[in-house]
Structures are given as structure tokens and as C-alpha cells.
Design a protein around this ligand. Structure first.
Ligand code: ZN
Length: 263
């Protein structure tokens, strides 16, 4: 893990890049201003947009609920936040819109995408030797980093760059982007997880039929609710993403209901 390409599910090179004179200690989270859909992450990376000079812009990677597509090597500037920000940033686009509500971000698809953004940020940080999860930086930290000070690895929203360094007028990923959820997902990659909420105990032991039912329900629910993203993420990242966690919580709720009915 922890190279330019290791976190990506595919590579779709963009011609929109140039040399940089500083390292990319600031990761920037963007929205590409589209519907939240994996097929858009893949198509926007291709020859009709970032893969063409006609776009005139680029991220280093664009992420959807399933795909993490690399487009520019980190040793180069991508063209995402203008000057002077492009020289010091690692830019990650995702599908979705800056106008989304928190609820729109926290759908099953949205959570799968956020877990993909987290994986890419974690990989970037580990490639730079981080042993602790990077956190969202303050604007003061961004300003100091732009002025040449070492403030450590931080991530920011594009809006933080706009308001601190100028370069563009963009406000993505929006006021309601769930940075708390993103941080929790990043933390998982560094072995920091939330304490699981214990399932309420009762006196009724599970019989063999109960156990078989639960096993089938878990498998089916995860497949249905989380789709291929969870299996891919588990494989690549070594953890279950938030979509799978929610699916498991549903299963446990159903089990408790069945017990309440005297099954
Ligand atoms: Zn942006």
C-alpha cells in the first residue's frame, strides 16, 4: 500500500498537469457537481472530460461509491484549485454536489463513496510516512503551510482554499459535507475505530435455526445494501465500510424484533 497507484481501482491519465515545486501536504476534498453515481466518476475521468485538454482542469483522482480512478501523479500539480494552491495540494474529486444536504451524503451510496475518499486520503498520508490519521486543518494552518511552514499532513475542503488562498471561487464540497463521517472512516485505516454499541442482552439463547437465519440475513443484507463496494473495500482496505455497518445494524434490529415476538 501507500504508493501513487495503490489506492486506485484504475488509472485514467489526464493531460492537464504541470510540475510542482513543493510537496502536497494538503489534501483537498472536492465535489465534481454531478449526481452521486459511480458511473459518473468513471466517465468524467475519461476522454470526454478530465482525460482531455478541453476540460482544462484535473484532480489527482476522482472517486465514486465503487471506483477510485487516478488521473494525475502526485509528483505533479493537478489543476484543481488555481494558484498558489495547486502547487501544495493533492486533489480528490468525488461525485455529488456542494448543495447536497447531510442526508443526501449519508445514503448507502454516499457512505460508500465517503469510505473511498477516506481510503485515498489514508493512502496518501501513509505514503508520506504518517502513523496517525490526518485531520481537517484549520484555515490558519493552510495559510501557514502556503507560506512555507511545516504544519503536518492535513486535509481541507476546496472552500478552505478559496477563502484562504484564492485561486478559484468554488465552495465545494459544501456546508453540509459530513467531515465527521469522513474522519471516522480515515481513522479506521489507522486502527482507530468507534467502540461498537453492545447489542442489548436478554436471557434467550440462540438455537441452530436462529444462527442459520442470522448468517443468511447478514450475507444477503450486506450484498443487497452495500453492493460490490463493500467487498472491494474490504479487500483493498481491510475493513467493513459504513454501508456494511449499517446493514449489520439492520440485521440485529430484525433479530431483536423477532425475539420480541417470542420466536
Ligand atoms: Zn473543487
Amino acid at each position: 500500500m501507500a504508493g501513487d497507484l495503490d489506492a486506485y481501482t484504475s488509472w485514467s491519465p489526464s493531460p492537464n498537469f504541470s510540475s510542482r515545486t513543493r510537496s502536497d501536504d494538503a489534501a483537498i476534498v472536492h465535489t465534481v457537481e454531478s449526481d452521486l453515481r459511480d458511473s459518473l466518476a468513471v466517465s468524467l475521468a475519461g476522454p470526454d472530460w478530465f482525460g482531455s485538454t478541453k476540460a482544462g482542469t484535473s484532480p489527482h483522482a476522482i472517486v465514486g461509491p465503487v471506483s477510485r480512478v487516478g488521473t494525475v501523479l502526485r509528483k505533479f500539480k493537478s489543476w484543481a484549485v488555481g494558484s498558489p494552491g495547486n502547487n501544495i495540494t493533492y486533489n480528490i474529486e468525488q461525485t455529488g454536489r456542494a448543495a447536497f444536504t447531510r442526508a443526501q451524503w449519508l445514503t448507502t451510496e454516499g457512505l460508500a463513496q465517503i469510505s473511498n475518499v477516506a481510503l485515498v486520503i489514508a493512502d496518501w498520508a501513509k505514503a508520506k510516512g504518517a502513523t496517525k490519521p490526518p485531520t481537517r486543518g484549520t484555515r490558519d494552518e493552510l495559510r501557514r503551510y502556503a507560506n512555507g511552514e511545516n504544519v503536518g499532513l492535513r486535509y481541507y475542503g476546496h472552500v478552505d482554499v478559496t477563502d484562504t488562498l484564492g485561486g478559484t471561487t468554488h465552495t465545494d464540497p459544501g456546508d453540509q459535507y459530513p467531515y465527521d463521517v469522513l474522519q471516522a472512516q480515515i481513522n479506521l485505516h489507522f486502527g482507530i475505530g468507534p467502540t461498537p454499541t453492545p447489542v442489548q442482552e436478554d436471557d434467550m439463547p440462540l438455537n441452530a435455526a436462529d444462527k442459520a437465519w442470522i448468517q443468511t440475513a447478514i450475507t444477503n443484507t450486506i450484498r443487497k445494501e452495500a453492493g460490490p463496494a463493500v467487498w472491494r473495500t474490504k479487500l483493498k482496505g481491510g475493513f467493513l465500510n459504513a454501508g456494511a455497518g449499517a446493514a449489520l445494524a439492520d440485521v440485529f434490529t430484525q433479530v431483536r424484533k423477532l425475539r420480541g415476538q417470542g420466536k
